[in-house]
Design a protein around this ligand. Structure first.
Ligand code: BES
Ligand code: ZN
Ligand code: ZN
Length: 507
C-alpha cells in the first residue's frame, strides 16, 4: 500500500527531490507562493511572464532550485474559480508521473493557499476533499504492474517514487490532511487491487484465483466470504451460469461477500460484478485480433471485490453485499451451442443465439441469487457490450435501470469522481426484442434491432427484481482509458464511483 505522508513546514525549508506546486492561471504569485518566487529570484513570475508556463490544466514546468527542494515542478490547475477535486486529481497525477519519469524518489505537494484556500474558503471539509484529490491523483498515477517481468529487469528496476508528502499551510489544516491522506490511501489501495486482478493474464486469474484472492481480502477486512462451487450451483438450478462454464476446464465459482456496517436488519445494497475471466466468445468464437484483451472481462468482478475492500476499510456505516459469478467462456467439446436452451435459476428459459453474449447469462443467475438478500437496491457492473464503446468511447460508462432517482445519484457520484456515467433508455420495445419464439427469452435481439448496450440491459431486467436496480456497462471504461491517473491497461473504473455513491446514500 502506498503511504502518503504530510508535513506542516515552510516550503523553503522542506527537503525533497521534487517540490510540486499546483498553480492556477493567476499571473502574479501571492502569499507563500510569492515568498517562494522571491527565494527563486522570480523564476515563477518570470515563467508566467514569458509564457513558458500559464497555469493551464495539467501544464507542467520543471525548474532547478537552490532551495532545500532540489527541483521545483509547477503544475497548472486552470482558473482558480473553476478548480474542482477532479482537476486537482488530474494535475497531481500528471505531476507525479513526470516526477517519477525524471527519476525523483521523494516528491512533495505544496497545498498552497492560492489554489486550495481560494476554493475551500476556510471550510475544512472542502479543503479535506481537495487534499484527498491530490493524494488520490498521485497514488493512482504511480501504479505499476510488473509481476511478470523476469529477474534481470527486476535487478535493474526503473526508478520509482518512494516517498510522497503533502504540505499543508497551517496547523489546523494539518489534521485535515492527515485524515484525507488516510482515506486516499484506502481508496488508492482498493483501485490498485482491482487493477492487479484485471492485469493478471487469463491463465493466472481463473475463477478459482479470483475466489482465493477474495477470501484473502475478506479475512483482512471485516467481510464474510463464501464461495459456491459447481455442485452448489447445480442445486440452486443456475443453468445459465453453468451453461457458459461448460466449454471450459476451469471450474466456475460464485463468490459472495457480506459486509455489515449497520444493523443486520437494514436491507443491503447488493453489487453484482461480471467475472468472465476470459471471454473467447465460446462457439461463437471472437476474431483473433485483440482477443488477448478479453482477460479484462472480469473487470466488473474486480471492481465489486475492490469496492467491498474499500467499504470495509473505510468502515462505511451501511450493509453491502458483493456477488461475483466467475466463469471462463471457452469453446470446449461440452460448450453450449447457438440454439441451445438453458433454464436459469429463476425458472425462466433462455435461448442462446450467440454464445459470445455470455455476460448476461452469468449475470441472470447472479442477479436472481441477489434476491436472497431482500436488497434495498442492486447495482450490476459488467463489461457487457462492445456497443457501449461506439456510444460513449472511453469517456463514460452507460447506466440503464428501473429507478430514475437511483440513476441520478449515480450520475452525481460520477461527476464528483470523474468516473462518469450516462443514461440510456430502457423502452419496452427493447424488452420485447429479447422475447424468444421458442423459450422465454433470447440472449440477443434479431439482426437490425441495434442498440446493443440497451438490449443487454433489457435481457437482465426480468432477473433483477422489483427493487431499484441499475446496470452499469463498463466495457469502454475498464480498459485502455487515457487519463492522467490511469495507465494504458486496467483502470479500476467504478471503485471511486461506487464509494462516492455509497457515502452519499441515505440510510
Ligand atoms: N465481453 C464482451 C464485451 C466487450 C467487448 C467487453 C469489448 C470489452 C470490450 C461481451 O461478452 C460480448 O462479447 N458481447 C457481444 C454481444 C453480442 C454478441 C450481442 C458484443 O458486444 O459484441
Ligand atoms: Zn462475449
Ligand atoms: Zn464477455
Amino acid at each position: 500500500m502506498i503511504k502518503i505522508n504530510q508535513k506542516f513546514e515552510n516550503p523553503l525549508e522542506h527537503k525533497t527531490e521534487c517540490l510540486i506546486i499546483p498553480c492556477s492561471e493567476e499571473k502574479t504569485p501571492s502569499g507563500p507562493l510569492k515568498t517562494l518566487d522571491t527565494a527563486l529570484n522570480g523564476a515563477i513570475s518570470q515563467a508566467f511572464k514569458n509564457k513558458r508556463f500559464e497555469g493551464k490544466p495539467n501544464q507542467t514546468l520543471l525548474l532547478n532550485s537552490s532551495l532545500k527542494a532540489t527541483n521545483l515542478l509547477l503544475v497548472g490547475v486552470g482558473k482558480t474559480k473553476e478548480i474542482t477535486p477532479e482537476i486537482l486529481c488530474r494535475a497531481s497525477a500528471t505531476a507525479a508521473k513526470l516526477a517519477e519519469g525524471s527519476n525523483f524518489k521523494s516528491v512533495s505537494f505544496y497545498l498552497n493557499d492560492s489554489c486550495f484556500d481560494a476554493i475551500a474558503k476556510g471550510k475544512i471539509g472542502l479543503y479535506s476533499k481537495l487534499s484527498c484529490a491530490v493524494a488520490e491523483g498521485a497514488g493512482l498515477a504511480l501504479y505499476h504492474f510488473d509481476e511478470y517481468k523476469t529477474r534481470d529487469e527486476k535487478d535493474n528496476p526503473p526508478s520509482r517514487v518512494e516517498k510522497l508528502t503533502l504540505i499543508p499551510t497551517s496547523k489546523a489544516r494539518q489534521t485535515a490532511v492527515e485524515k484525507s491522506n488516510a482515506r486516499a490511501e484506502k481508496i488508492v489501495a482498493a483501485v490498485h487491487f482491482a487493477r492487479d486482478l484485471i492485469s493478471h493474464p487469463g491463465n493466472t486469474a481463473t475463477p478459482t484465483f479470483l475466489a482465493n484472492h477474495t477470501k484473502k481480502m475478506a479475512r483482512k477486512n471485516k467481510i464474510t466470504c463464501k464461495v459456491l462451487g459447481k455442485q452448489e450451483m447445480e442445486k440452486l438450478g443456475m443453468g445459465a451460469l453453468l451453461g457458459v462454464s461448460r466449454g471450459s476446464h476451469e471450474p466456475p465459482a460464485l463468490i459472495v461477500m457480506e459486509y455489515f456496517g449497520a444493523s443486520k436488519k437494514k436491507a443491503p445494497t447488493v453489487i453484482v460484478g461480471k467475472g468472465v475471466t476470459f471471454d473467447s466468445g465460446g462457439i461463437s468464437l471472437k476474431p483473433g485480433a485483440g482477443m488477448d484483451e478479453m482477460k479484462m472481462d472480469m473487470s466488473g468482478a474486480a471492481t465489486t471485490i475492490a469496492t467491498l475492500q474499500a467499504v470495509a476499510s473505510l468502515k462505511l456505516p451501511l450493509n453491502v453485499i458483493g456477488i461475483v459469478p466467475a466463469v471462463e467462456n471457452m469453446p470446449g467439446g461440452s460448450a453450449i451451442k447457438p440454439g441451445d436452451i438453458l433454464t436459469s435459476m429463476s425458472g425462466k428459459t433462455i435461448e442462446v443465439l450467440n454464445t459470445d453474449a455470455e455476460g448476461r447469462l452469468v449475470l441472470a443467475d447472479a442477479l436472481c441469487y441477489a434476491q436472497h438478500y431482500n436488497p434495498k437496491e442492486v447495482i450490476d457492473l459488467a463489461t457487457l457490450t462492445g456497443a457501449v464503446l461506439m456510444a460513449l468511447g472511453h469517456e463514460s460508462a452507460a447506466v440503464i435501470g428501473n429507478n430514475p432517482a437511483m440513476i441520478q445519484r449515480l450520475k452525481d457520484a460520477g461527476d464528483a469522481t470523474g468516473e462518469r456515467v450516462w443514461e440510456l433508455p430502457l423502452w419496452e420495445e427493447f424488452e420485447k426484442a429479447v422475447k424468444s419464439d421458442i423459450a422465454d427469452l433470447k440472449n440477443i435481439a434479431s439482426p437490425g434491432v441495434g442498440a446493443g448496450t440497451i438490449i443487454g440491459a433489457a435481457f437482465l431486467k426480468p432477473f433483477a427484481g422489483d427493487q431499484p436496480w441499475t446496470h452499469i456497462d463498463i466495457a469502454g471504461m475498464a480498459w485502455g482509458c487515457d487519463k492522467p491517473y490511469t495507465n494504458k491497461g486496467a483502470s479500476g473504473y467504478g471503485v471511486r464511483l461506487l464509494i462516492n455513491y455509497l457515502e452519499h446514500r441515505k440510510r
